[in-house]
Design a protein around this ligand. Sequence first.
Ligand code: ATP
Ligand code: MG
Length: 570
Amino acid sequence: MKDNELKSGDLQEPGLPSHFIREIVTEDLKAGKNNGAVVTRFPPEPNGYLHLGHAKSICLNFGLAEEFKGRCHLRFDDTNPTKEEVEYIDSIKEDVRWLGFDWGDHLYFASDYFGKLYEYAVQLIKKGKAYVCSLSAAEMREYRGTLTEPGKESPYRNRPVEENLDLFERMKAGEFEEGTHVLRAKIDMTSGNLNMRDPVMFRILKAEHHRTGNAWCIYPMYDYAHCVSDSVEGITHSICTLEFEDHRPLYDWFLDELEVACHPQQIEFARLNLSYTVMSKRKFLKLVGEGHVSGWDDPRMPTLSGIRRRGYTPSSIRNFCERIGVAKRNSFVDFALLEHCIREELNRTAPRFMAVLRPLKVVILNYPEGQTEELSAVNNPEDASMGSRMVPFSRVLYIEEEDFQENPPKQFFRLAPGREVRLRYAYFITCVHVVKDETTGRITELHCTYDPATRGGDAPDNRKVKATLHWVSAQHAVDAEVRLYDHLFASPNPADEKECPDFLGCLNPKSLEVLPSAKIEPGLARAAKGERFQFERQGYFCVDPVDSTEGHPVFNRIVSLKDSYAKIKK
Ligand code: ATP
Ligand code: MG
């Protein structure tokens, strides 16, 4: 047994569910395939920002490499110069790093292989396995046939090798206009698999490439470039999503015909679909381009930059990716599971504070004017090591507007006229008077009394109250803006064309609520960008890294406290 021969049982962290790809890799190692190497890659096209679906693929590819002591390459599939931008490359690298993965020295670009891809194409032409076709795009479509009808052979299919070599060289030299010629693989126009009907390998594109500049005016197609890139890099397991299953015969055909030394195994898995959102760069481009969101990193976006800004942690995303598993069948994952993962983590790690999102002023009539005292508050009851802090209390406070009702319905146990409630870590108070704006009738302030004997939140006579409210001291509170988010889409499946013929029509008009005048505990004033907290009774929040400034803190609600996933599980 070789040193690097491993059994899957040895590798799994306890509780980590196994999956079929892990089994395949384990079997390959046992059988001594690939000399015991495991080399995977994550191959994004730099035409947009990464999303949660990509996170699944990143965790799978980098995760397997980590687990089997192999390596994972980051390779940009930059074969389409017209849609790609350097901004996307930078953001993709940042996102992969943020998730906690490292490609080391193994950063590659498909464009690194343009020369190789050209040489290999010449090799195929010489073998009589590729030809220059001069049909127009429309004609090619017509000749291609359909799922039920075989295709027709191109009249250019039997061009002599010499003529193909000459034309291909001149295509490269820029002698022809776009659309006049393409290089095609010579496979089988009657194949039941449309991908095998003489697929295009190279097309003419007179476009500047962000890396190769104007060196090339022919560019390889994805199917041809991808398998060759995998082979050149010595990839052992080429893991991709299910829609490429029908492309696998072509992947294998190219590598077999080229007789390459390294022939990776393509394995397909089901992509991640998440409820209440879409998972397509094309749709994100539209959302961003038309201003439906503030940008790729809008905290409502399922992009990694969006959820990062929202306040999700990398570990919560990795945890989520582990829990959803890897399967062969497409399925839907409930958004609530994602929320459950971050909630579970922050419940343990986030310090708790009090913040009043919609303030209502409370004056404690029997509390001496000008007096202030400090009350001890626990930072996280789940973790005593997180300690406690002092919270200032004074005569004028703010409580949550919704925690008071003048005419409370039966099920409302919070503050009401004549009723006593507890202020968290502080005192029992009783509402004795309601002050209203004379013209609008709106409640502007409450007059209460407090019981000094209840300091710390307990009555010596064991008298009970039915509610505990959070609060802040008015003179000590810091002003903040709070942003509450809901699903970006109102429909559970906005990608379904029946449910949402135009996905923009299913946008949730209430996905963002801005509360401009929240009042937060003074201890939160110095919170750093990106820091995460629990606001008691309100959820988990993160200091917005973009819009937050020294005198104007902005908090994003990551997730509320109500765990709908726990309910689904039952
Ligand atoms: P989109 O459909 O959003 O444009 P894409 O598949 O075109 O995505 P690529 O940049 O080509 O995006 O994807 C890089 C890798 O991420 C591919 O291996 C792809 O299979 C994988 N991937 C993309 N979307 C998902 C998803 N929803 N779930 C799992 N893996 C995905
Ligand atoms: Mg793609």
